[in-house]
Design a binder for this molecule. Structure first.
Ligand SMILES: *Cc1c(COP(=O)(O)O)cnc(C)c1O
Length: 340
């Protein structure tokens, strides 16, 4: 597809040719099917529409410097979707089926995989939804697991760039013993209003506090939080945080680079002590944080005085993206090359 302007692609839906689907009926998974339709026909009383029986995942395929296409830690996404499915009483998608479906969706849409050097990647979206009719509150008897892909542009158009965030006290994205730790659409519904308010106030994201005591940092909307001080990578441990695979990888990289790593509750006051802070997830890898404003205490925590990302954020970002794009050897065994 030489007509696609890879360098100016937004992070948005872009139509590709095929998606793959698999149905759970009568207590078992059927055959993997290929579809060229962008639409799903389902019952109007489907449990995903009424009671939020919906799980999703998000990852990317990267064209490397060597022209090969790589997936990053895809087994981790498969296992996380299993955890999500169990928690909201949906059938598990076996790891092998998950990987087969992802590889198939990528291969079928090979012409939409952005070339190396454009910063663009092929975003992969697996989802699992209850499609059977129920009016009473109970799990569906039928499910659809599907995977679609869409090419997306580099997250930071002008390069890796620090952003401003605000502490959110007015709303929570998750309850103390709720669904914050699993990847369900409902968590996003709960965060839309506060995200919109943060954007309107000029911030790129809201940082949520722990929903029980409001004393600790939880995470920032769709990305985990970390802080750096005294050669230590510190990231919150909390029941209501979604375990990010990017964060898990950054923790391993930080250790490998000779840093200490701590995963523990992070009190709000500790923001004062960090030398650098960042938000991490598949979309941006790392969003270095320039400043965090607390609208209630009026405190402003500043991390990038000259608008430049800090040295640790930069090092971690460069290392992780170099592995993803095959620019340096994958010493962790994180990538899977697929034959296109
Ligand atoms: C998906 C997600 C993340 C990021 O996870 P990655 O595996 O790194 O992409 C972080 N927080 C929330 C709430 C998420 O849904």
């Amino acid at each position: 597809m030489s007509t696609i302007d890879w360098k100016n692609l937004p992070f948005n839906y872009f139509k590709t040719d095929y998606n793959v689907r698999c149905y759970w009926r009568n207590g078992k998974w059927g055959e993997l099917e290929v579809s060229s339709s962008e639409y799903i026909i389902m019952h109007m009383a489907a449990t995903s529409l009424h009671y939020g029986q919906e799980a999703f995942e998000g990852m990317k395929a990267y064209t490397g410097k060597d022209g090969k296409v790589r997936l990053f830690r895809i087994e981790e996404n498969a296992r996380r979707m299993i955890d999500t499915a169990r928690y909201i009483l949906m059938p598990e998608v076996p790891e092998e089926l998950f990987i087969e479906a992802v590889v198939k969706a990528v291969k079928l849409n090979a012409q939409y995989i952005p070339p190396y050097g454009t910063g663009a990647t092929l975003y992969i979206r697996p989802l699992l939804i209850g499609i059977g009719p129920e009016v009473g509150v109970r799990p569906s008897k039928e499910y659809l697991f599907m995977v679609f892909v869409t090419p997306v542009g580099a997250y930071f158009k002008e390069g890796f760039r620090p952003v401003n965030m605000m502490i959110c006290r007015e709303y929570d994205r998750a309850a103390p013993l709720g669904t914050g730790h699993v990847k369900v659409g409902g968590n996003y519904a709960a965060s839309l209003l506060s995200m919109e308010k943060a954007h309107e106030a000029g911030f790129s994201a809201a940082i949520y506090l722990d929903p029980k005591e409001k004393k600790y940092i939880d995470e920032s909307g769709p990305a985990n939080f970390f802080g750096i001080k005294n050669n230590t990578y510190i990231t919150p441990a909390s029941r209501s945080i979604l375990p990010s695979i990017t964060n898990k990888s950054l923790m391993e990289l930080a250790k490998d680079l000779g840093m200490k790593v701590e995963r523990r509750p992070v009190p709000l006051e500790e923001l004062e002590e960090f030398e650098e802070t960042g938000a991490c997830g598949t979309a941006a890898v790392i969003s270095p944080i320039k400043s965090i404003v607390d609208p209630d205490t009026k405190k402003i925590y500043v991390y990038c005085k000259d608008d430049k990302p800090g040295p640790v954020c930069t090092r971690l970002y460069e290392q992780l993206t170099a592995i993803q794009f095959g620019e340096i050897p994958d010493r962790f065994g994180w990538t899977k090359i697929i034959d296109i």
